[in-house]
Design a protein around this ligand. Sequence first.
Ligand SMILES: C[S@@+](CC[C@H](N)C(=O)[O-])C[C@H]1O[C@@H](n2cnc3c(N)ncnc32)[C@H](O)[C@@H]1O
Length: 119
Amino acid sequence: MHDGYAQCRATSGFLPAWTHVRPGRKILDCGCGPGSITTDFAHLVAPGEVVGIDIDAGEVERATARAHELGIKNVHFRIADVDQLPFDDESFHAAWLIFLSCPVTPPSFLFSKTIQSLC
Ligand SMILES: C[S@@+](CC[C@H](N)C(=O)[O-])C[C@H]1O[C@@H](n2cnc3c(N)ncnc32)[C@H](O)[C@@H]1O
C-alpha cells in the first residue's frame, strides 16, 4: 500500500493546523489514493464529512475497504477526475490536493475554477 503520508504524519501534525479542519466541516480530498489522509480528515471534522475522489477505481475500492475496516462512517469515496469534478458549487468548505501524481494529471487543475467554485 502507498502510505508515504502515513509515515510522515506522526511527526508533522499538519492536518489539525489547517484552519479549515474543524468539527462539522465538509472537506474534499482530491487524489485520495488509499485514503490515509482522507480517514484522518474524517476524525478531525466529525460530525462533518469527508469525500475522497480518485481517478483510479482500484484506489477507491481500497480506500472504501479501509474506512469500512476502521469503522469510519463520515467518509465517502468515489471515482472522479479532479478536472471534471461531479459536485455542485459550494459543496465543500475546503478542498485538499496533495501528492497527486503529475504524469496523469494536467497541471491546469491547480488553478482550475472548478476547484475554486466548490468551496
Ligand atoms: C501518490 S497518490 C497520493 C494519495 C494520497 N493523496 C496520499 O497522499 O496518501 C496520487 C493519487 O492521485 C490520483 N490521481 C492522479 N491523477 C488524478 C486525477 N486527474 N483525478 C483524480 N485522482 C488522480 C492517483 O490515482 C493516485 O491515487
